[in-house]
Design a protein around this ligand. Structure first.
Ligand code: FES
Ligand code: FES
Length: 233
């Protein structure tokens, strides 16, 4: 059994120590605010804080957080009581699809904890491992600057989006918005897309026998299963 302090309270899991922390958070503890973008350490959407330092939850075995203090986006604040970072992201328009935002906010939290008045260059460096594919980083930096001012107790100008009007942005910034991958239905099957590891290779055939023999595998679909397909052969 692995025990840790999670979002201020005790938590435990019987998962194997090598299980990724993000799997335990999302699948077992139902904390789906932590997102999985790339699942191999490149996008930053799964960032959480472990003992106050940023960690990619997809690359952190849960055994490594035994006895540690872990903070996820849900532990930072809620739509009713948002952290200044969550508030600033929502009210400055820095949240678009919102998928990257929980990881972005957790990284920004670690940065502001260490440096309450970061320069733009320091922000660029600190957030460089977090990818956003829709909002554009300038609104994200504005949100972090605004949150820094709020945390320092400084006056800030009225927000572009009044807080009461941005409930959807707030849901995304607090990890309470539900995306497709966050939904679970009884008996639900999961789809895994398998791509060739060889760029430009010509695929001559797919032998699915080994995959079909694995427990829990219901079907393997290939181009042959797509009745009208411009691209498959
Ligand atoms: S999902 Fe962990 S870094 Fe992309
Ligand atoms: S808001 Fe969509 S990826 Fe960042």
């Amino acid at each position: 059994m692995i025990e840790l302090t999670l979002n201020g309270g005790p938590a435990r899991t019987a998962a194997e120590p090598e299980t990724p922390l993000v799997t335990v958070l999302r699948d077992e503890l139902k904390l789906t605010g932590t997102k999985v973008g790339c699942d191999d350490g490149r996008c930053g959407s799964c960032m959480v804080l472990v003992n106050g330092r940023v960690a990619r939850a997809c690359q952190t075995p849960v055994g490594k957080v035994r006895g540690a203090t872990v903070l996820t986006i849900e532990g930072l604040g809620s739509p009713e009581r948002p952290h200044p970072l969550q508030q600033a992201f929502a009210e400055t328009g820095a949240v678009q699809c919102g998928f990257c935002i929980p990881g972005m906010i957790m990284t920004a939290k670690a940065m502001l904890d260490a440096n309450p008045r970061p320069s733009r260059e320091q922000m660029v460096k600190a957030l460089g491992a977090n990818y956003c594919r829709c909002a554009g980083f300038s609104s994200i930096f504005q949100a972090v600057e605004r949150a820094g001012a709020l945390l320092r107790g400084e006056a800030v100008p009225p927000p572009p989006l009044p807080l009461g009007d941005c409930w959807e942005e707030m849901a995304k910034a607090t990890g309470t918005a539900r995306y497709g991958a966050d939904l679970v239905r009884e008996g639900m099957l999961h789809l895994k897309v398998v791509r060739s590891p060889h760029a430009h290779a010509r695929l001559l055939g797919v032998d699915a026998a080994e995959a079909l023999a694995l427990p829990g595998v219901e079907a393997v679909l290939t181009a042959k299963d797509v009745p009208f397909n411009h691209h498959g052969r």
